[in-house]
Design a protein around this ligand. Structure first.
Ligand code: PLP
Length: 467
């Protein structure tokens, strides 16, 4: 299994070579030269596997430069039931009719990003050890991604994490979750500014090539291929739990932002997993819904990006979308480059002539929700089933309802637990979301955080003396 760039300008490379990189050298995204194919017999053989065993089987199709016994140890460590609270690591919870939740949020930060990040943490440490190198992860977060990265990389050898977060803009729960980590390799920098200031500092430092090289700077953002590969696993897991025979199909509804989660569903479908529909759900920031409805992709500016009650889906451009478009245009890098050139010069591209194929060939359909829809969906689902869902998952449930087909299970990906977004839960049901028992004392723990101005020089100096 070798990886190429969507833009066509990278010699084929192995998994470990692309693991630590962000963009490919030509500005594109790494993608497998071809997708592995899974037969119906193989799928049946996988029914009895535990989650970590299934992860090993699937990841070994994408990773052929790590010996099998080592990869098995990495998947066992990442998908250790002790890290994922509950009776089952990835439970399927029935809702109404053919609809059910695929519970992806039992991990340490109560959001689906743990599913991929826990594997990423293990494989990072392994590859750095083999190559006798080190990495300093620099990132900015307004919540979910940063905390998932910190929990995955805490205590790992050869890795430091420097995570910038906006001072006074995080919820008490988010602060407690990140700042209570006492591991020496985790550095929380609370920056006196807004999220965009944090992001700007990261961009400036990462754009300084001398600094980047001397510090071995890296990132764990959503374009990281290992994260996508690890996410493919739970689509197979969900299908195996929702079916009893090889010819049955399942649909998945995915609350989407950067298109990382649903891209993994697309890849699972390309690998032969019998998926009927991939239902893409957005909030008011509906760049992707608009594309699947019209064929026109038009990213927005940050001024035109709304702050919503499903904040982890508030995106203006979908960083992983390029990988899907690559498949859509027949893996033709010349065509892909032309589209991205047009995006840069005119701000949009138009694939409306391919619109008939979005569902027929790829299973894609899409819809969106507004705040009022999410609040009423949370209230209805709670009243009718007793299950409490978070606002992101509510986006998925709301949109999924329009696309359920009789007799085909519809699995809505539960991307976070309600405890993280209690304000909206109170609005919906008149009481706060319960905090899982093991996190009830989180607020009492001592916090470890460094405050500083929104000043590149201060951040740089801190990193240089603490790397
Ligand atoms: C990141 C995130 C999403 C969006 O996932 P993408 O891979 O960016 O499409 C949805 N819900 C929650 C809770 C998230 O943290």
């Amino acid at each position: 299994m070798k990886y190429i760039s969507t833009r066509g300008g990278m010699e084929p490379q192995s998994f470990s070579d692309i693991l630590l990189e962000g963009l490919a050298p030509d500005g594109g995204l790494a993608i497998p030269q071809s997708y592995p194919h899974i037969t119906a017999e193989k799928l049946e053989q996988w029914r009895a596997l535990s989650y970590d065993e299934l992860a090993f089987e699937i990841l070994s199709l994408f990773i052929d430069d790590i010996p099998a016994e080592d990869l098995r140890a990495l998947t066992q460590a990442a998908y250790n039931p002790e890290l994922f609270v509950g009776d089952s690591m990835v439970p399927v919870k029935a809702l109404q009719g053919d609809m059910a939740l695929l519970g992806l949020s039992q991990g340490p930060t109560l959001a689906f990003k743990d599913m991929a990040m826990q594997f990423l943490g293990q494989v990072f440490e392994y590859v750095l050890e083999k190559r006798d190198s080190r990495i300093n992860i620099l990132g900015a977060t307004s919540g979910d991604t940063g905390s998932a990265a910190e929990y995955a990389l805490r205590g790992k050898r050869r890795v430091n994490v420097f995570m910038l977060s906006p001072y006074g803009r995080m919820s008490a729960f988010q602060r407690a979750q990140m700042y209570s980590l006492q591991d020496e390799n985790i550095h929380n920098l609370s920056v006196k500014g807004v999220f965009d200031d944090c992001q700007d500092i990261v961009k400036q430092l990462a754009g300084d090539l001398d600094f980047k090289q001397s510090m071995s700077l890296g990132a764990v953002n959503s374009i990281n291929w290992a994260r996508i590969a690890a996410q493919v696993v739970y689509y197979f897991w969900g299908w195996l739990r929702a079916t009893t025979a090889a010819e049955q199909t399942v649909s998945f509804a995915v609350p989407s932002g950067n298109f990382g989660n649903i891209l993994a569903g697309h890849i699972a479908r390309q690998m032969g997993l019998p998926i009927a529909r991939l239902v893409l759900a957005t909030n008011e920031n509906n760049v992707l819904e608009e594309f699947f409805r019209t064929g026109v992709y038009r990213p927005r500016s940050s001024e035109n990006t709304y702050a919503t009650s499903s904040p982890s889906m508030d995106i203006s451009r979908a960083s992983n979308f390029e990988r899907f478009v690559f498949d859509l245009v027949g893996r033709d890098s010349v065509k892909l480059n032309a589209l991205w050139d047009q995006l840069a010069t005119q701000g949009y591209f138009d694939l409306s002539d391919m619109k008939p194929f979005f569902e027929v060939d790829y299973g894609f359909v899409a819809g969106q929700s507004a705040h009022a829809n999410r609040v009423s969906t949370i209230a209805e689902v709670y009243k009718e089933t007793g299950v409490l869902i978070d606002p992101h998952t509510a986006d998925g449930v709301k949109v999924a309802r329009d696309f359920v087909q009789p007799g085909i299970p519809m699995l809505v990906l539960e991307t976070a637990l309600p405890a993280k977004f209690s304000e909206t839960i109170e609005e919906a049901i008149g009481q706060p979301a319960p905090v899982p028992e093991h996190l009830q004392h989180l607020n009492d723990l001592p916090q470890r955080v460094v405050e500083m101005d929104a000043d590149v020089a201060q951040v740089r100096a801190y990193m240089e003396s603490n790397a």
